[in-house]
Design a protein around this ligand. Sequence first.
Ligand code: AMP
Length: 416
Amino acid sequence: MDIIRAIKGTKDILPEESSLWQFIERNIHRFMKSYGYGEIRTPKFENSSLFNRSIGINTDIVSKEMYTWTDQGENNLTLKPEVTASVVRAFIQHNLGKQKQLNKFYYIDSLFRRERPQKGRYRQFEQFGVEAIGSKNPEQDAEIISMAYFFYTKLGLENLKLKINSIGSKESRIEYKQALKDFFIPYKDKLTSTSITRLNDNPLRILDTKVDFEKEIIKNAPKITDFLSLEDKDHFNKVLFYLEKLNIKYDIDHFLVRGLDYYCNTVFEIQSTLLGSQSALCGGGRYDYLIEELGGKSTPAIGFAAGIERLIIALDNKVILDDSADVYMVTLGDSAIDIGLKIAYDLRMMCNLNVTSDMLQKNMKSQLKEANKLKAKHAIIIGENEIANKEVIIKNMLSGNQENISFNQIINYFKK
Ligand code: AMP
């Protein structure tokens, strides 16, 4: 019979790997709290209209990649392809802007996009990210960007590249879009069909191309920085100034626009040279218009999203975790099994130890071999003699030393 396999672009995380995931997740929770951000958890699926309206129907995500279906109640639903839209939906729905002028969220979540799977690109993947909703000030941009940057450096990542740009306010972009159109029209015969569509809908997104010959053309395109209003320029310069004060190196990339429709002003991406073609560890930017566009009161906001699979690739097996058991229970015979279960329970409850028991009724040699394989620090051995003397043997697996300890002294032994 054919075996059923996981769907292309999805994967299982087995126990050996899940310790690293847990380590990263613990770090995320700790790090975000150190900046005063609170965790938000939103549903895995939403009304499709949420993403159509926020991300934009002409983006790759909405036009080609969403897992969308109609359920038995004729609701048009979509598995979440990104988190910002859901956070904003929740922010509006729960009227959070009324309760606090500034709301700071972080999340860890699973996302779904029907992309072409490859290393660092999956159809179900995990992101963590932050959203600060309520401040229009450049120090908020600097905080968000530096959070992403320092999260990585704290984990020991090197070879980071921060790319940053300002795509200005809507007003600044009107003139720029026209300048881009004027620039690209003479190249119309050479552009891909995607770019020709973008030329009409949103010429800024042509700058997002991954096609080499288009990248060449773009090198000579007008730069948004020449079209920014004084206010936009001032905002951007202050963001850069704060980053410099924090000793964060950046490259201004005039053609960084990011794929989604809702961004404005500051946009950024952090790349790692270790990642190969899928080089972006995280990306983000301002989205000052999105809350109003989704029916809320006009509120400025900024955030970033970061892929966990790519972080794991960039960590390159450098994180060493000690997952070894504290104690392995070696039990020989029915009475020993019975006593062993109780001792294991006490050690877990009273001493907070990780205790593994045999469960397969193997012989003594095999049980000790298993203890070694699990890198257990101690083995507790219980056989007939030990039961008769109301004691156990505690073997230090590193030194090989053994001690006989009476039943009622086991907890004290480990508490010491
Ligand atoms: P985006 O939401 O597209 O701005 O992506 C933000 C980050 O999520 C990227 O920098 C990647 O680290 C990660 N990411 C995006 N798409 C995928 C994917 N299909 N598979 C794995 N990670 C992804």
